[in-house]
Design a protein around this ligand. Structure first.
Ligand code: SAH
Ligand code: SF4
Length: 340
């Protein structure tokens, strides 16, 4: 763990103390690193010479190497970064009226096998380390010299299949002494792994949870998401109810609208029956076509009918406007074309 970006503040404080430095030094280092984006320990001028020498010998701050930066018509940007081992990852920056949000990648490839998703075209080769996830936000802030206010964990990979590193990432960027991104400004999206949803409920963390549902019954959901064979809807919803009971927070269900597949009005009825009584809202997502698959996105009229049907039956729903679709930068649509 040479990379400083791997350390939570608490861990760095412990490290400082075991190494004979002061606990508050950790905060100073965090402030230099995250608030001032200083990556050279020599320049951390309020630290003792001793400490600076120690840091220089024992630590690095690894920013990612930018390979390609692509700008979309709506201001969304996609960054291709090279990791230390030569692997390439994608991270997306979106500009909203409420601030800047970054969509991070958590794994190289994904093993969940969703039949519509470009990320799943590549099996997972490894999990990203904590610092590799932290560094996506860090490097982008350094490049654009603007503050990122929101983070969504919706890039390549299943974050709950890399649970520990994802949690550490969230804790690190949440620290008020460092990156200071509010927990309520962060969202983790999962394909629905019950054990980890329960663990997440027990974290005592205000981070938002989104569950990729995409279908109101097991037959259809299994067709779209292979993981549903292992964790069917009932098990996912049991875990979600546990999360809501424990945290008192509202959950988002994501539902990609696929033309002629899951967008029939009768399925909106089934969905509303399934979710009735659960403190949630449904985020209807426009599908961005992926050339390897035959799926098409639902047309606007049908999408609105689906949404209205949910609303009519008492389920909160919104139809999400995708950003960056012209550069394949929509969340969940990422894949390093460099690999093709
Ligand atoms: N693995 C996690 C997080 C990454 S995917 C998950 O599945 O939740 C983030 C979201 O983007 C998911 O809801 C996913 O279903 C959706 N998505 C995947 N491919 C998409 C596409 N081509 N167009 C629109 N949304 C897509
Ligand atoms: Fe993996 Fe999420 Fe894509 Fe499914 S939608 S293959 S879980 S990244």
């Amino acid at each position: 763990m040479k990379d400083l970006l791997n350390y939570t503040l608490k861990e760095l404080e412990d490290k400082m103390m075991t190494e004979g430095f002061k606990k508050f030094n950790a905060r100073q280092i965090y402030q230099w690193t995250y608030k001032k984006k200083e990556t050279d320990f020599t320049n951390m001028s309020n630290l003792s010479k001793n400490l600076r020498a120690y840091l220089k010998e024992k630590f690095v701050i690894n920013t990612l190497t930018l390979k390609i930066r692509q700008l979309s018509n709506d201001g969304t940007e996609k960054f291709l970064f090279e990791l230390e081992d030569g692997n390439i990852i994608e991270t997306v920056l979106m500009r909203h009226d409420y601030g800047l949000s970054v969509c991070v990648t958590t794994q190289l490839g994904c093993n969940m096998g969703c039949s519509f998703c470009a990320s799943g075209l590549y099996k997972k080769t490894r999990d990203l380390t904590t610092s590799e996830i932290v560094s996506q936000v860090y490097t982008i802030e350094q490049l654009i010299k603007e503050r990122v206010s929101h983070v969504v964990v919706m890039g390549i990979g299943e974050p709950f299949d890399n649970y520990d590193n994802t949690m550490r990432f969230l804790k690190i960027i949440n620290s008020p002494h460092g990156q200071e991104i509010g927990a309520r400004h962060m969202t983790v999206s999962t394909s629905g792994l019950p054990k980890q949803i329960r663990a997440f409920a027990n974290e005592d963390f205000q981070v938002n949870l989104a569950i990729s549902l995409h279908a109101p019954n097991n037959k259809l959901r299994t067709k779209l998401m292979k993981i549903n064979e292992t964790y069917p809807i009932e098990e996912v919803l049991d875990a979600v109810k546990y999360y809501i009971d424990k945290t008192n927070r509202r959950v988002t269900f994501e539902y990609i609208l696929l033309k002629g597949v899951n967008d029939d009005k009768s399925l909106a009825n089934e969905l509303s029956d399934l979710l009735r009584g659960i403190n949630c809202y449904v985020n209807l997502i426009r599908y961005n076509s992926v050339k390897e698959f035959d799926y098409e996105g639902t047309e606007d009229d049908t999408a609105n009918t689906f949404k209205d049907q949910l609303l009519k039956r008492g389920i909160n729903a919104t139809l999400r406007q995708e950003k960056g679709s012209d550069i394949d930068a929509a969340c969940g649509q990422l894949r390093s074309k460099e690999l093709d």
